[in-house]
Write a protein that binds this ligand. Structure first.
Ligand code: FES
Ligand code: FES
Length: 155
């Protein structure tokens, strides 16, 4: 049996029929075609699937789709401006060389965005805490942290 839910997806109101066993990640990728959000582990350990719900970074692979009703979901596709101008975090990741294979990058940027939206000038420890659930298999953490720092106001 399917249920109809409505929510804000990258600032657009969407209504969709979902199976209650679906996760948010499955729905984003398979129903909406938003494949920027990656599936790594699939059980909440790697952060590749990170999106922002009502200001909080969450692992979409373990987030039940029915709990998205009425909420505001932002994915990596909703981070750049409508005209395609990259978000400062996206520019910083490019400029600081913080992208290797790129698989972790969308999740890293979403975790960093949730942090910087809540706090313009986080400490290095706060940056590390914000991305502690995001694994980079290429181990490029130093440049990732540098990129996030470069966007924060107090550098
Ligand atoms: S795919 Fe969701 S945490 Fe790894
Ligand atoms: S850049 Fe390859 S996993 Fe992070």
């Amino acid at each position: 049996m399917k249920y109809e839910i409505s929510f804000l997806l990258n600032n657009d109101k969407v209504t969709v029929e979902v199976d209650p066993v679906w996760t948010l990640l499955y729905t984003l990728r398979e129903v909406f075609g938003l494949t920027g959000t990656k599936e790594g582990c699939g059980y909440g350990e790697c952060g590749a699937c990170t999106v922002i719900i009502d200001g909080q970074a969450v692992n979409s692979c373990i987030f039940p789709i029915l709990e998205v009703e009425g909420r505001h979901v932002t994915t990596i596709e909703g981070v750049a401006s409508k005209d395609g101008t990259m978000h400062p975090l996206q520019k910083a990741f490019v400029n600081e060389g913080a992208i290797q294979c790129g698989f972790c990058t969308p999740g890293m940027i979403m975790s960093a965005k949730a942090l910087l939206d809540a706090k313009e000038n986080p400490t290095e420890d706060e940056i590390k805490d914000a991305i502690e659930g995001n694994l980079c298999r290429c181990t490029g953490y130093v440049r990732i942290i540098d990129a996030i720092k470069s966007v924060s106001k107090g550098r």
